[in-house]
Design a protein. Structure first.
Length: 750
RNA sequence: UGGGGUAUCGCCAAGCGGUAAGGCACUAGUUUUUGGUACUGGUAUUCGGGGGUUCGAAUCCCUCUACCCCAUCCA
């Protein structure tokens, strides 16, 4: 677990500490209506990860409440994904459909409580009655049905006496709720459909909002973690469990931001479109962000998990750069995988002065990968190199073979250019070169300096392989649909040549093709006759090698000006108050504004003022600290009163306590409702303003932090705050901060 | 438009009143028979804007702005 916990783990820890739950139970609850993608992987990592970190467990639950879209094919894909990532679910796979009977019983209970009713308006009417975001909705006339009638109707719904859409069961909550989700949400609808699991036993199915919270409760889930778009649903979640009076411990819902990655799409709908339109070869197309796609492409589970860990968990909508994903797979494979030579775009090279043949022993791993293993590389007069590794007219900074620049054949000899053979169109079809017999790798005495060592294969022994070079599926960073498809997202190279050992010995399934990237033997199409490799990801290229600098960043716009909206005007009485505050009491206009506009605040202020004539100080504390408390409370709910605030301010005015301590005392007042004077006395919070007491503490701090002293004296004046903070901490906040500031500054500058 | 959220480097993301973490990307250098890797350095005088409180504010208060979610018998 990383040092910095995400907010979910923070919540879990607090709950555990408070003894809210005996055990952490989470769940990964996908709907089996599509293939899981990397966004699901994030959720899997969060849910299974948290369970693992806190010795709890995580259920895999198929949220199968909609028989018309779900299929067992998808549950298999979902199970695969979790397993492939290396997580284990508790017990067997759960299904919401397993709880249909219990959920149904809860529905009846709700009806009996008068908290649910059968509604019989059609869809269109229902939409109208729901109102809009700004207007309250109206309840349908059916909401008045008696419990008996509701019970009867609901029973008949269950028995299949009605057609789809004829009736629904609704929770009776509030048609005027500002949260639209709370306007009598649907609990059950009629669906005469075959359920892939429950078969035909049901013709009513619970809605997500009803089934999910109850399923969580039934499974003993403690932390129900979902994505941000369910924030509004949280109120129903709580309503159902609370209204049913389900006993603690019960689950609570927490939301995090779903994953977005640029140059791809993540919604099930868009993914399905691509698959159905045949733009990709299927759900496991290596260009897709599906788990099946990444798996087929050659990504490792570790890399996906590292990626999910790396991006963190928060509540801000975000779009992660694919480069971050690519980093994790390179990083993972770098230390694991054998390096072999494959020439993607072969150019024949004849070594004019070499006539024998030999086998060269070469390590599978570079010096910095602590793994063992070698293979034999055949070498002879005729070899192939990559077309890109020769240039007749090299640009500045080109490191490979040119008419005037020798290059090393990796693990073998250095060669120098002799002649380029061209066809009628002027295309180079062959290079003639000379090798240097004394330059053999490991026993080089030639003294020739080369800038690069390139991959090659021996012509006769090389195996022909198919290489599928994948690039991002979309050309735009935030693709909308098929129109944004990158036409070059797949290049099939049928004529690549690979060193024989890879095919004959099959040392592994994943390789680094030297200087090209990481590749994976396609698990589906690879055969001995037609070996197929998928490009997982290219090697990182330093900018100097990159052909055209894709310099995008068109330097920042000149900082867009922000136009402030208009502030609501004050009413007449508020204005009068404001004037009084600013003119008579000499308050700052901001503070006066806050007070004048808030009736609770202004009357609280007036009351405090009546017991202590210190208008500015009181105004400050009322407009800041008291205002915070009054945000969600009424005056009579406060644990303290205006008189006590006046008392507190008095102590500040008399310099009995420092402004820092005020915060502390105030917190205490909020918590306990005790008198400020008593708090100060009980905790001994009286301000220390004696330099004789403070000075030695400062000396000590200075002595303990020589580095920072040096930095400070070197010009980092921000560090003054650090020292002041340290001194204040050492005195429990009691030292007079103004004095500390002065003394520290003096001491530091001494 | 009512309600619910979110804003910290190009992209993620810590931070919860006392020195603006870290990763990716970028960049300079060292090592290197991969233009890879590894290593070393450089990258936010400032936290969406403006005010206020405080000795001290990314953190507390006020206000404005931008973006996301909610009016499926989807989940």
């Amino acid at each position: 677990m990383s040092e910095h916990k995400d907010f979910l783990r923070t919540i879990v820890e607090e709950d555990l500490k408070a003894g809210k739950y005996k055990e952490v139970v989470t769940r990964f609850p996908p709907e089996p209506n599509g293939f899981p993608h990397i966004g699901h992987a994030k959720s899997i990592c969060i849910n299974f990860g948290i369970a693992k970190d806190y010795d709890g467990h995580c259920n895999l639950r198929m949220d199968d409440t909609n028989p018309t879209t779900e299929d067992t094919r998808y549950v298999e894909a979902l199970k695969d994904a979790v397993q492939w990532l290396g997580f284990e679910w508790d017990d067997s796979v759960r299904f919401t459909s397993d709880y249909f009977a219990q959920i149904h019983a809860y529905a009846i209970e709700l009806i009996k409580m008068g908290k649910a009713y059968v509604d019989s308006v059609d869809e269109e009417q229902m939409r109208e009655l729901r109102g809009t975001v700004t207007e309250a909705g109206k309840r349908s006339k059916y909401a008045q049905r008696s419990v008996e009638e509701n019970l009867d109707l609901f029973e008949r719904m269950k028995n299949g006496e009605f057609k789809d859409g004829e009736h629904v069961l609704r929770a009776k909550i509030d048609m005027g709720a500002a949260n639209m989700k709370l306007r009598d949400p649907l609990l059950y609808r009629i669906r005469h459909a075959h359920h892939f699991r429950a078969g035909d036993t049901w013709c009513i199915y619970p809605m997500y909002d009803f089934a999910h919270c109850l399923s969580d409760y039934i499974e003993g889930v403690s932390h129900s973690i979902c994505t941000l778009e369910f924030e509004n649903n949280r109120d129903i979640y709580n309503w159902v469990l609370d209204t049913l009076g389900l006993e603690a411990p019960r689950p609570y819902q927490h939301e995090f931001a779903r994953l977005g990655i640029n140059y791809t799409v993540m919604s099930k709908r868009k993914l399905l479109e691509l698959v159905e339109a045949g733009v990709v070869s299927g759900w496991d197309d290596p260009r897709l962000p599906t788990i099946a796609g990444y798996k087929r492409r050659g990504y490792t589970p570790e890399s996906i998990i590292n990626f999910c860990d790396g991006i963190g968990i928060a509540k801000a909508n975000s779009m992660v750069d694919v480069a971050q994903l690519e980093f994790t797979i390179r990083d993972d494979l770098n230390t694991k995988v054998a390096r072999v030579m494959c020439v993607l775009d072969p150019l024949k090279v004849t070594i004019t002065n070499y006539d024998e043949s030999e086998d060269i022993e070469a390590s599978f791993y570079p010096h910095d990968v602590p793994k063992e293993g070698t293979r034999k590389l055949p070498f002879s007069k005729e070899i192939y190199i990559d077309r890109a590794d020769f240039s007749e007219t090299p640009e500045k900074g080109y490191f490979r073979l040119t008419p005037t620049q020798a290059v090393r054949l990796k693990y073998a000899y250095i060669i120098t250019f002799e002649e380029a053979i061209k066809d009628a169109d002027g295309n180079i079809v062959e290079i003639k070169a000379a090798y240097h017999p004394d330059s053999k790798s490991g026993e080089d005495t030639s003294g020739i300096k080369v800038k690069s060592a390139i991959q090659w294969v021996e012509a006769k022994m090389a195996k022909n392989v198919e290489v599928r070079v994948y690039d991002r599926l979309f050309k735009s960073e935030a693709p909308e649909g098929v129109e944004d498809i990158n036409p070059d997202s797949l290049k099939v190279i049928k004529t690549a040549l690979i060193e024989p050992a890879v095919i004959t010995d099959k040392p592994d399934v994943r390789f680094q093709f030297e200087r090209e990237g990481y590749f994976y033997a396609d698990p589906v199409d690879y055969t001995d006759e037609n070996p197929v490799f998928n490009k997982i990801v290219g090697l990182k290229e330093s900018s100097s090698k990159k052909k055209k600098a894709p310099q995008v960043a068109p330097k920042a716009e000149p900082k867009k000006e922000q136009i402030d909206g208009e502030v609501v005007a004050m009413s007449e009485s508020e204005q009068a108050l404001f004037d009084k505050y600013t003119v008579e009491l000499k308050l700052g206009s901001m503070v006066a504004d806050i007070l004048a506009r808030d009736e609770k605040l202004s009357s609280f202020y007036a009351e405090a003022l009546s017991s202590l004539n210190s208008p500015v100080s009181i105004a400050n504390i009322v407009s800041n600290d008291v205002a915070r408390e009054l945000k969600e409370k009424e005056v009579n709910e406060l644990s303290f009163d205006a008189k006590q605030i006046a008392e507190l301010v008095k102590m500040v005015d008399e310099e009995l306590i420092s402004s820092k301590i005020v915060k502390q005392v105030f917190e205490e007042m909020v918590k306990s409702g005790d008198n400020p004077t008593d708090i100060v006395e009980a905790k001994g919070l009286v301000q220390i303003s004696d330099p004789a007491v403070i000075a030695p503490i400062i000396d000590e701090i200075i002595e303990k932090n020589p580095d920072n002293v040096e930095k400070f004296r070197g010009g980092n004046t921000k560090l003054l705050g650090f020292f002041v903070g340290q001194v204040l901490k050492a005195t429990g906040g009691k030292a007079n901060p103004k004095m500390v500031n002065e003394l520290v500054a003096k001491a530091l500058n001494a």
